[in-house]
Write a protein that binds this ligand. Structure first.
Ligand SMILES: Nc1nc2c(c(=O)[nH]1)N[C@H]1C(S)=C(S)[C@@H](COP(=O)(O)OP(=O)(O)OC[C@H]3O[C@@H](n4cnc5c(=O)[nH]c(N)nc54)[C@H](O)[C@@H]3O)O[C@H]1N2
Ligand SMILES: Nc1nc2c(c(=O)[nH]1)N[C@H]1C(S)=C(S)[C@@H](COP(=O)(O)OP(=O)(O)OC[C@H]3O[C@@H](n4cnc5c(=O)[nH]c(N)nc54)[C@H](O)[C@@H]3O)O[C@H]1N2
Ligand code: SF4
Ligand SMILES: [Mo]
Length: 717
């Protein structure tokens, strides 16, 4: 029965308990926010939310402190000679439209670039407006956090399934053996995997069988289950050798391979040289252990392998992701209960989008263009290299590239040389301090939304609508509201200037919830009560609704986007990548490789201005005592870490948690923006050590995990 209680819901800012959901990470936990006198006074779990059932972490409630932070930018700011001065929306948008229209008149969309930061993926306002806005004005040079965390996965999916947006997930509730590479869900709460109570799911799998975590560090997740130590950036060898063993020992499901895929012979040939002994030399995992792992995987009743960012930031990440899927496919686990499956999204965008992977002609030659994202390093080239099509204007939507992406000084120089740099953010950051304008955005409790990121990858599909809990602070505006306004002004100027290549009759108009409603209608999904999903229906259910208790799983094969409906385990584009892989020399003895770490109270480079989250955080370089002793380093010493790209100092923390030959430091630190608490914190910007050149060549993703570093004792300071 449809409840028509939409009108009974609290309006934004109305006193009482508002039910909403967190949009910091992919778990999208249900939250209850108490409003008194128009302000949020408390945020706690929404125990009646059927999806998270009361789960939350320390970060969700802290959005209250972010929303009311004295350092937050809540009015449009204009940079005048290095100082940010308050301006009006009208003045800011008029000036931006004037300058942008001049650039577009000269260079077309080629003269403008966009960087989409991580939080934009968690905002329906942003996801339904930014890309269409760019497309409307012919802007195609898009950069994104995706090249720092997922494009190799997307390229592998595009090859395998015909769509970069088809990313399979492990059916956790029904598997009994989970092999997990490069993921730490007890801290990250899952990525490309929405399961807010994931610890319970993993505990149950461990009880039924095993959870095995392959990671260079004994992470919080590895510590709770079985841990296999690996040298950073070598997962492709482990997976290749596991597959090698399965083929050699006739443990593959030939029937399933023949029925649902093409190319297994080519793939088998490509991994043939990678015996477990070869993997041992690269990964540091004994060959017998590699064989045992393969046999255990094949012998389990319902095994599945899953990997995340730790296999997306190296030099062979597309291969690693492809082989991960191949392991699932070759053992007959694709599209099976407890196996490797596509989620049941209520709106299937992947079904209508193109494959999402192409090589695109740019003024620097052909470059990977993955879901319309160019390799990050190209942003610096585009800005710095004079000539036709030079990027002179940049938009950044909720991104902090100075800390989150490679580049360091070169990137700073590029940002400073732009003619127009407009940032959409909540704060004055290390990045937008070089901007001409900072346009204040809303925090997630100030906007209406649906949990878009959770739709395709939820283990137990669910949907929810939330209104804003409170109206925006100051003059903050949603992204689509800003772009509607800017789009109108830009449209008028381009028409007035008679810009030949601008042919639109009207400005673009964005209405996020109308778009989502249309997509839900097209998706024709209903919830477990049998009601068709629509925004109106979701409005009547303040705690959200389960679409189903479990995934369908067996519909996965029908979701393959290749015309013949079969998986491609091989593609011509892989030939050169595999030859690079096969010819890669074994790591030099004594080599140290740097990789990343996340912590529970931190989210990438932000939320570091919330004192109660950061008080206890003091980022340090984790190093194994064996490696520390060779360099004469003791606990608490200062060390200098250097690479061919840069140098940074850090205190060292000796721990056997980190495998010998590897060191670990979290990203997102080294603050020097307009956030006063964050600026006082320790820790340096680890990404000054990363090179602008991509690591994984086929996807163009950045090389952030497994960077060879040298470490020596430093002078304190
Ligand atoms: N070495 C290394 N580097 C990494 C990683 C790593 O593991 N190691 N991880 C990578 C990953 S996975 C990611 S996703 C990227 C993240 O990289 P980015 O997306 O570039 O940066 P964030 O640190 O998430 O910064 C988000 C910015 O958005 C602002 N913001 C937050 N919420 C909102 C909002 O609602 N509206 C607006 N307008 N602004 C908002 C914040 O103030 C902040 O300035 O970093 C990557 N970089
Ligand atoms: N608390 C918290 N939660 C977050 C975030 C956060 O900053 N803080 N960020 C969010 C974002 S943007 C993302 S993308 C997700 C990421 O979600 P996850 O990928 O689950 O989280 P990470 O902690 O990055 O896990 C990557 C793991 O890979 C390991 N690793 C590094 N290099 C290698 C390697 O070469 N091989 C293998 N096998 N492992 C390797 C690291 O030690 C780490 O444990 O987390 C999200 N959730
Ligand atoms: S786990 Fe993620 S979604 Fe849940 S409260 Fe924490 S940050 Fe928010
Ligand atoms: Mo990410």
């Amino acid at each position: 029965m449809r409840l028509n209680s939409a009108d009974a819901r609290l309006k934004p800012g109305e006193d009482g308990e508002h039910h909403t959901f967190c949009r910091i990470c992919e778990a999208v936990c249900g939250l209850t926010a108490t409003v008194e006198n128009g302000r949020v006074v408390k945020i706690g779990p929404d125990r009646a939310n059927p999806h998270s059932r009361g789960h939350l972490c320390v970060k969700g409630p802290a959005i209250k402190e972010v929303t009311y932070d004295a350092d937050r930018v809540t009015v449009p700011l204009k940079n005048i000679g290095g100082r940010f001065i308050r301006t009006s929306w009208d003045e800011a948008l008029d000036d931006i439209a004037d300058r942008l229209s001049a650039i577009i008149e000269q260079e077309g969309g080629d003269g403008v670039a966009e960087y989409l930061g991580n939080p934009s993926a968690f905002s329906t306002s942003a996801t339904t407006s930014v890309r269409p806005f760019l497309a409307h004005f012919g802007i195609w040079k898009i950069f994104s956090a995706a090249t720092q965390d997922i494009t190799p996965r997307m390229v592998a999916s595009s090859i395998l399934y015909g769509s970069a947006f088809r990313m399979a997930i492990p059916d956790l509730p029904r598997c009994d053996f989970l092999l997990m590479l490069g993921a730490n869900p007890l801290v990250s709460h899952g990525s490309i995997l929405t399961a807010p109570r994931i610890r319970e799911d993993l505990d149950e799998i461990a009880n039924r069988g095993a959870v095995i975590v392959v990671d260079p560090r004994k992470t919080e997740t590895a510590d709770r289950y079985e841990h296999v130590r690996i040298r950073p950036d070598t997962d492709a060898w482990l997976l290749a050798a596991m597959l090698h063993t399965l083929f050699e020992e006739c443990l593959v499901d030939q029937e399933a391979l023949g029925r649902i895929s093409w190319g297994s012979l080519d793939l088998r040939r490509a991994i043939d040289p990678i015996a477990p002994e070869v993997a041992e030399a690269h990964c540091g995992i004994p060959a017998d252990e590699v064989r045992m792992l393969a046999r255990r995987f094949a012998a389990a009743a319902a095994p599945v392998a899953y990997g995340r960012t730790g296999i997306c930031r190296g030099r062979f990440s597309t291969i690693a992701n492809l082989l991960l899927d191949a392991l699932n496919i070759a053992t007959g686990r694709f599209g099976q209960f407890g196996g490797w499956v596509f989620g049941d999204s209520p709106m299937d965008i992947a079904a209508v989008r193109p494959s999402g992977f192409e090589m695109r002609d740019t003024r620097f030659g052909r470059r990977p263009y993955v879901c319309n994202y160019l390799p990050f390093g190209q942003l610096v080239e585009e800005i710095m290299m004079p000539g036709k099509g030079q990027v002179r204007a940049l938009f950044v939507h909720s991104g902090n590239v100075m800390l989150s992406a490679p580049g360091g000084e070169k990137l700073r120089e590029a940002l400073q040389s732009l003619d127009l740099f407009v940032s959409f953010d909540l704060y004055q950051t290390e990045t937008n301090k070089f901007a001409d304008y900072i346009l204040p955005g809303t925090t997630f409790i100030e906007r209406e939304d649906v949990p878009l990121v959770a739709f395709p990858h939820a283990i137990r599909p669910y949907a929810q609508y939330t209104d804003a809990v409170v109206p925006p602070e100051g003059e903050a505006r949603d992204d689509h509201v800003i772009l509607n306004d800017l789009g109108q002004r830009l449209h008028e100027r381009l028409r007035a200037r008679h810009v030949a290549h601008y042919t639109h009759d009207s400005a673009p108009v964005f209405n996020p919830m109308a778009t989502i409603d249309m997509l839900l209608l097209a998706g024709n999904a209903s919830d477990s009560a049998g009601e068709n999903l629509s925004i109106d229906y979701l409005k009547s259910l303040p705690h959200g609704t389960m679409i189903a208790d479990n995934l369908t799983c067996t519909n996965s094969i029908a979701k393959i986007r290749h015309a013949d409906g079969r998986i491609r385990l091989w593609d011509e584009t892989l030939v050169s990548e595999f030859s690079r892989f096969q010819n890669e020399p074994v790591p030099k003895s004594g080599e140290l490789r740097l990789f990343s770490q996340r912590s529970l109270k931190s989210i990438n480079s932000w939320m570091h201005n919330v004192d109660r989250l950061v008080r206890s955080q003091d980022p340090a370089l984790l190093i194994n005592p064996v490696d520390a002793a060779k360099r004469g380093l003791a606990d608490g010493d200062w060390a200098t870490i250097s690479t061919n790209a840069g140098e940074m100092d850090a205190t060292v923390l000796l721990t056997e948690d980190v495998t010998v030959g590897a060191v670990c430091f979290p990203h997102g630190w080294g603050h020097a923006g307009g956030w006063q608490v964050a600026n006082r914190l320790g820790g340096g910007n680890v990404n000054v050590l990363a090179d602008l050149a991509p690591g994984d060549l086929i996807s163009g993703s950045s090389f952030l995990d497994g960077i060879p570093v040298s470490i020596s004792a430093a002078v304190p300071g």
